[in-house]
Write a protein that binds this ligand. Structure first.
Ligand SMILES: Nc1ncnc2c1ncn2[C@@H]1O[C@H](COP(=O)(O)OP(=O)(O)OP(=O)(O)O)[C@@H](O)[C@H]1O
Length: 336
């Protein structure tokens, strides 16, 4: 990580989706997708965001790029609260934050050629046209490993990896600082994944980008991220430097996630023996009292289920909150 200057500070962010409303239009049942996230992204870093399907990763990413409205909380970008900006100011700030989506097939408009797809953000802002627009599209295509000769072709004639290059070019053409990459390689063949990850790395070094890298693939995240945030049921339950998190997970949920990652060196502590999690995630429209992980947690005590300990919360978890750094190794190796 570079200079440790905060770029994005997320504070007590909540995002809820109304499922049912009463006659006055007030929500009576809501999905709690993001439930009080505090997270800081530092300039130049890659922050991995992991957690099982449905835990709120995509919703958090979409809220950061402005594609989803926050229910409450704040998003401070370079010191300014994004939720308090006027529409025009938001537009300018949002150019500095762009998203790369998971599915390179459905995220590209099949009726637009590459010139239109990649150039669209520049056309929309009126930032470039004519020969300058053409030059910038060609330059960005070259930069992501696509020949500008393909400019008039349509997405269907490209492979998954090439389409993801198109997606990346479209995200980067307006010169963002922060890129939210939502599962950018999960839909790709294994052989292509490494190429796209290398490209992301190169582009980060060249343009000084900050990444929020969302993935359920813990091996990919370990490879790429400086720090990792673990999300469970709409909350960040653990956040640590990548090496520390993978070797000494503190939260029981992180421990279970990490136990499923294949390890190159079986002598490493903290990743032995897969922990199988019982049950599914609780219903996000009906959060349980107490810690949302308690029902699945091997260490849960009565107070975790009753509400004395709140929704899965790393700092106050009966297990991770009590462990000091020295204690973790011992606790790991004595795991049943
Ligand atoms: N537009 C929506 N309307 C209602 N509920 C939604 C909406 N979008 C997401 N949700 C719900 O919010 C919760 C979090 O979803 P989200 O897609 O953010 O999770 P995720 O961790 O990204 O999962 P995945 O890896 O499967 O994409 C889920 O329960 C999901 O069903």
């Amino acid at each position: 990580m570079s200079d440790k200057q905060p770029l994005l500070e997320i504070e007590d962010l909540h995002v809820r989706f109304p499922l049912r409303r009463n006659l006055l239009g007030r929500p009576t049942v809501e999905v709690h997708a993001v439930s009080g996230v505090d997270l800081t992204l530092y300039k130049g870093e890659t922050l991995g965001l992991v957690g099982e399907s449905g835990c709120g990763k995509t919703t958090l990413g979409r809220t950061i790029v402005g594609a989803q409205k926050a229910t409450s909380g704040s998003l401070r970008y370079d010191g300014r609260d994004l939720t308090a900006l006027s529409r025009r100011e938001q537009g300018a700030s949002r150019r500095r934050i762009r998203m790369v989506f998971q599915d390179p097939f459905s995220s590209l408009n099949p009726r637009m050629n590459l010139r239109q797809i990649i150039g669209d953000p520049l056309v929309a802002t009126g930032e470039a046209r004519g020969a300058e627009l053409e030059d910038r599209i060609a330059e960005m295509m070259r930069r992501v490993g696509l020949s500008p000769d393909y400019m008039d072709r349509y997405p269907h004639s490209f492979s998954g990896g090439q389409r993801q290059r198109v997606n990346i070019a479209r995200a980067l053409i307006v010169g963002p600082e922060l890129v939210v990459a939502d599962e950018p390689v999960s839909a790709l063949d294994v052989s292509v994944r490494a190429q796209i990850l290398n490209l992301l790395r190169e582009l980060q070094a060249e343009f000084g980008l900050t990444y929020l890298f969302i993935s359920h693939d813990l091996s990919v995240v370990e490879n790429l991220a400086d720090r990792v945030a673990v999300m469970y049921f709409g909350r960040v339950v653990e956040l640590a430097e990548t090496g520390a998190l993978y070797e000494h997970p503190r939260h029981p949920y992180t421990e279970a996630l990490m136990s499923a990652v294949p390890i190159p060196d079986p002598s490493l502590k903290g990743r032995q023996g897969r922990i199988l999690l019982p049950d599914e995630l609780p219903d996000p429209s009906d959060p349980p009292p107490g810690c949302a992980f308690a029902r699945r947690c091997a260490y849960a005590e009565d107070r975790c289920r009753t509400g004395e300990i709140p929704l899965a919360d790393g700092a106050r978890c009966v297990r991770s909150g009590e462990l000091d750094l020295e204690g973790i190794v011992e606790a790991e190796s004595s795991r049943p």
